[in-house]
Each structure stands twice: as structure tokens, then as C-alpha cells.
Ligand binder design. Structure first.
Ligand SMILES: Cc1ncc(COP(=O)(O)O)c(C=O)c1O
Length: 401
């Protein structure tokens, strides 16, 4: 069976994780700090905080901004549930909007969804393609939109407008107008979950890029404390002789990254551009070369004049099929020992959100994109022969529909 997205675990990873295990320090410490600095450098920003997942990072930032009951947060209908679930955790309302044909959030739909209760917009860089950040950043700075904004926390007063919190779970390494994701808007959160391009088994990173007068270094320090129960000293600081006494300044969270997992990330990031992205690009190109020969397929756009993907998900679409036909095609591909997937079931199709009153009919593009979509395997160790097997299985499954 060709798997969908296994992690790349080789001798380098094993030896760096072993070194972390044997170093005498396994939780948050020097490796996490080094990983944060490397990510910041890679993205072209100053401050990055590593956490134990993208979900925890998104929620931490919503809470830092003071999002709570009565507030609205705009999210795309087409995303993984984490994007909206964290809004629900804060007691706020996810306001869903429809996406573009390219799967990213539609900026005009965002504009129409803004109300005086809107506190945050969460664009999602689906499959690794950055959203339209110039348009989104300009929208929240429009005088009429700023006038609508009602601040009710010190951070909201300081910003004086809607915050953009990018769900960049898929897009580390992608770029927009020459800048890497992480540096494209106020805040961005990467995911290092096991199936992601760059993994630490589980993990995430918050990129702090807030405008003046925010001091991103001060915010980093505050968030580190917030991510560790509001404790004034972390475990490493407490090991210094005589330095045991600590205080708790707020009822914080527990979502710090460990040094054992950062060890995986350190190896992965060092070879990310030269090996991981290079190989993923070859696979994308092979798929597109093959499928663009057939009128039945719609291949994804993964490069434009302004945007370049991180090659996270290859979202192939089959023209003119129903959701049921797509599901049958998936079964035929699976029967050829090839694992495929669907990204994503739009949020209004999930029981929780359906029961909350969201209706799929209100998001026709999200439904159309979903109903004919098939995600193909993309990972470093996928061989050229396996790529050919995948192509053959997909072509046969679609032609026999
Ligand atoms: C678009 C999107 N957002 C958020 C997440 C959540 O990431 P994590 O598992 O690191 O919390 C995922 C993970 O699959 C995702 O695909």
C-alpha cells in the first residue's frame, strides 16, 4: 500500500532525538530556543514561540487578544475543524465565509461578514498556497472598517482594528510577493503535526509580526509565561542553584513544546528547502504533467506571479462529477493499494457545526471544491515509480467511473 503522508524518520532524526534524550534536559529548553530562532530567521521575522500544536497556538493568540463571548471571528467554511473549534473554545462565534475556486478565503465575502462584533479574521493557507494578504491587510486598515471596530481589551485598543491571525498550518516555506509566510500579516501559526511538511510529531509555532507600537519581544516573553501556567520561571530557570521560588501571574495554559520534539524540527528545518521542498515540488510537477493531459482533471494552481506554495497538499479535482461519484473513485483508487484523502469536509457538513445552524447551501464554492476533490500522496520518500503508480491508479479509477 502506498501510504498518504508518512513522516521522514532517518538516522539524522534518530541521532538528534537521542542526543536530546541523553542531554539531561528533555522538556522546553535550549533546543526549543534554537528551533524558535531558526524559524524566525527562516521567515524573516524577529520573534517565534513554539507550542505543542497549531490549535493551541491559535487559541493562545485569540485569548491573548481578549476574544470571548459576544465576539465574532471570521473563518473560511473550507478548512480543518481546528480553525473554528478554537473560536468556540473562547466562547466566541465563528462566522464562516465561502472561499475562492483556489480554496482560499474570498476577501469580498470577508468584507460582507464584518460587523461591529468582529475581532479577528483567520485566513487559512489551504494546501500551502498563501491567501490574498495584501487585500486582507488593506481591508482591516480601511477607515470605514476601523470605525466599526469596538475594542474591549488593552490589546484590542492598542491595535485599533481587526486582527489577522493566519492559520498557516500548511504553509511554512510558502511565499507571497517575495516574503515567507509568517511575515505576511500580524500573527501566523504553523503546524508541525505528523502529516505536515515539517513535523515534530506534534507541534506548532506562533510567528509574531505585530505592527508598532507593539513590542513583539515583550509579547513573546508574556506568551511564554502564558503557555506555561502563567509561571514566572520555567523549569530550566528553576534548576539554577537557589532559584526555586516562582510566582504565578495569571491562570495560564500548558502548551509548551519539548526539547525532544524540537530535536526533530531542528533536523527537518535544516534540510527543508534543499531536500523536503525540492522533492515535494518534483512530485507536484510530475502529477501536473500527467493529469493536465486529460480534460477530466483540473490540476491545482501552485504558483502564480505573486504566490508560491509550500507544496503541502496536491488537491486534484475531477471535472463534472458528483460527491457520490468522487467517493466511488476514491474506493477504486484505494483498491489499487494507493492511499488518497479528501481535504476537507467543509465545516457546515460536520455534525457539530450543522447542529449550530450552519448550512452547506450557504457556501456553494466550498461544496463544489470539496465534492470533486481528491488529495494525492506527497512525501519525501515517495519514489518516481510510486508516483507513476498513483497516476495510473487515479486515471484508471476516473476513466472507469
Ligand atoms: C488547516 C489546519 N488548521 C489547523 C490544524 C491543526 O493543527 P494541529 O494538529 O497542529 O493543532 C490543521 C491540522 O491538520 C490544519 O490542517
Amino acid at each position: 500500500m502506498i501510504p498518504f503522508s508518512p513522516p521522514r524518520v532517518d538516522e539524522l532524526i534518530v541521532s538528534e532525538v537521542t542526543a536530546a534524550l541523553l542531554s539531561g534536559w528533555i522538556t522546553t529548553g535550549p533546543r526549543v530556543k534554537k528551533f524558535e530562532e531558526m524559524i524566525a530567521d527562516y521567515c524573516g521575522i524577529k520573534q517565534v514561540l513554539c507550542v505543542n500544536s497549531n490549535s493551541a497556538g491559535l487559541e493562545l493568540m485569540l485569548r491573548w487578544f481578549g476574544v470571548g463571548p459576544g465576539d465574532e471571528v471570521i473563518v473560511p467554511a473550507y478548512t480543518y475543524c481546528a480553525t473554528a473549534n478554537v473560536v468556540v473554545h473562547c466562547g466566541a462565534k465563528p462566522v464562516m465565509v465561502d472561499v475562492n475556486d483556489d480554496f482560499c478565503i474570498n476577501v469580498e465575502n470577508v468584507r460582507r461578514a464584518i460587523t461591529p462584533r468582529t475581532k479577528v479574521i483567520v485566513p487559512v493557507d489551504i494546501a500551502g498556497m498563501p491567501c490574498d494578504y495584501d487585500e486582507l491587510n488593506a481591508l482591516v486598515n480601511e477607515p470605514e472598517i476601523k470605525k466599526l471596530f469596538k475594542a474591549n481589551s488593552p490589546e484590542q485598543t492598542q491595535l485599533g482594528r481587526i486582527l489577522i491571525l493566519a492559520d498557516a498550518a500548511h504553509s511554512i516555506g510558502a511565499s507571497y510577493k517575495g516574503k515567507h509566510t509568517g511575515a505576511l500579516t500580524d500573527l501566523s501559526v504553523f503546524s508541525f503535526h505528523a502529516v505536515k511538511n515539517l513535523t515534530t510529531a506534534e507541534g506548532g509555532a506562533i510567528c509574531l509580526n505585530l505592527p508598532e507600537p507593539f513590542d513583539n519581544e515583550q509579547i513573546y516573553k508574556r506568551l511564554r509565561v502564558m503557555s506555561l501556567h502563567g509561571q514566572s520561571k520555567d523549569a530550566l530557570a528553576k534548576t539554577q542553584i537557589g532559584n526555586w521560588r516562582y510566582d504565578v501571574t495569571e491562570a495560564g495554559f500548558k502548551c509548551n513544546m519539548t526539547d525532544v520534539l524540537a530535536a526533530i524540527g531542528l533536523v527537518e528545518l535544516q534540510r527543508y528547502d534543499s531536500e523536503t521542498l525540492a522533492r515535494r515540488a518534483e512530485i507536484f510537477e510530475a502529477y501536473s504533467r500527467a493529469f493536465s493531459k486529460y480534460p477530466q482533471f483540473k490540476v491545482p494552481v501552485y504558483k502564480t506571479e505573486d504566490k508560491k506554495t509550500s507544496y503541502h497538499l496536491y488537491l486534484l479535482r475531477v471535472n463534472g462529477i458528483t460527491e457520490q461519484q468522487r467517493d466511488e473513485i476514491l474506493q477504486r483508487i484505494f483498491s489499487r493499494e494507493v492511499s488518497v484523502n479528501v481535504h476537507y469536509l467543509p465545516l457546515p457538513m460536520l455534525s457539530f457545526y450543522k447542529n449550530e445552524g450552519y448550512r452547506m447551501d450557504d457556501y456553494p464554492t466550498a461544496y463544489r471544491n470539496y465534492s470533486c476533490e481528491i488529495s494525492l500522496p506527497v512525501y519525501y520518500d515517495l519514489t518516481p515509480q510510486q508516483v507513476d503508480t498513483v497516476i495510473d491508479a487515479v486515471v484508471q479509477a476516473v476513466m472507469n467511473k
